[in-house]
Design a protein around this ligand. Structure first.
Ligand code: GDP
Ligand code: MG
Length: 289
């Protein structure tokens, strides 16, 4: 039996969350075209007869500018500490030198697979150049080109991971797919819709708290707060005559119903908490450790 922790690292937008979802065949991590969508370490567990892999999606690696971002980098650090195998994800169209510097700075002491993602977005020549660039780096145990979005190269990637995964007994029950509660994923799905519906700074000033999650006879009742930093942001989230919040509720409800496999009644409130992103107590209350 093999068992171990495999953490996915990379710059914002490399496709880390898309990769976790592709591996899991289920949407555990929210995805958007905007950077810094992921704020937590999210685990996805795969158990087969002869192995168990605990994958961790992590926030993109950045230089923190406010406390929330410090917490995000802390999530990266803990994933670094227990990784048995690291996946160093790079977008084939990003600057390889910059990605290289980040990978080198991680100072990894475990087998590290450089995963060149988004090959669907580049020609064969570029794929060769990119894999050649990383293959001779010191930290690179092997290099695998993939497209997380199209599911290309996934078999080869799994093969590499299994090669370096240590022997051991499973850490989780064979039926577990994650270690976080359903409420967490509900809040994330709402947050994802905010990333999709709102421009500029709004998603970065926002978080979501699920206050009520109750199984009723025919459906699940969910009440959630959307927290913003300023009154003006509240106005934007509500929209004219409540148009935006209604759209947000509809979009989020559809995804939540798919996730929980049941009908959902979703009620959303918008609340202002000035400077929540910089307040240790509030961050803790909101689940950012
Ligand atoms: P993260 O910040 O590293 O977690 O990146 P996400 O998974 O949120 O993805 C960022 C953006 O890249 C999203 O718009 C994804 O749809 C897109 N993306 C991810 N993987 C691929 C891929 O293999 N090919 C293409 N063309 N786009 C991708
Ligand atoms: Mg992400």
């Amino acid at each position: 039996m093999k068992a171990g922790f495999v953490s996915i690292f990379g710059r914002p937008n490399a496709g880390k969350s898309t990769l976790l979802n592709a591996i899991m065949g289920e949407k555990l991590a929210i995805v958007s075209p905007k950077v810094q969508t992921t704020r937590h370490r999210i685990k996805g567990i795969i158990t087969e007869n002869d192995y168990q892999i605990i994958f961790s999606d992590t926030p993109g690696i950045i230089e923190p500018k406010y406390k929330l971002q410090e917490k995000m980098m802390h999530a990266v650090k803990t994933a670094l500490e227990d990784a048995d195998v690291a996946l160093l994800l790079v977008d084939i169209n990003e600057n390889p030198e910059e990605a290289h510097q980040i990978f080198e700075a991680l100072d990894l002491h475990v087998p590290s697979v450089v995963v060149v993602n988004k090959v669907d977005n580049a020609d064969v020549n570029k794929k060769q150049l990119s894999t050649d660039f990383f293959r001779n780096k010191k930290y690179c145990t092997s290099c695998v080109p993939i497209s997380a979005l199209r599911g290309l190269g996934m078999d080869e990637l799994m093969h590499s991971i299994l090669k370096y995964l240590p022997e051991g007994e499973p850490f989780f029950d064979k039926d577990d797919i994650t270690d976080l509660p359903t409420r967490f994923f509900v809040a994330e799905l709402i947050r994802e819709k905010i990333f999709h519906l709102f421009k500029d700074e709004i998603p970065y000033h926002t978080t979501v708290i699920v206050n009520e999650y109750k199984q009723k006879s025919t459906l699940i009742k969910i009440v959630a707060d959307i927290i913003v930093q300023r009154e003006t942001q509240k106005g934007i989230l509500l929209g004219e005559g409540g148009r935006m919040i209604k759209q947000l509720g509809t979009d989020a409800r559809k995804d939540i119903e798919e996730f929980v496999g049941q009908k959902v009644f979703l009620e959303l409130f918008v609340k202002v908490r000035p400077k929540w992103r910089d307040n240790d107590f509030i961050l803790k209350e909101y689940g950012y450790f």
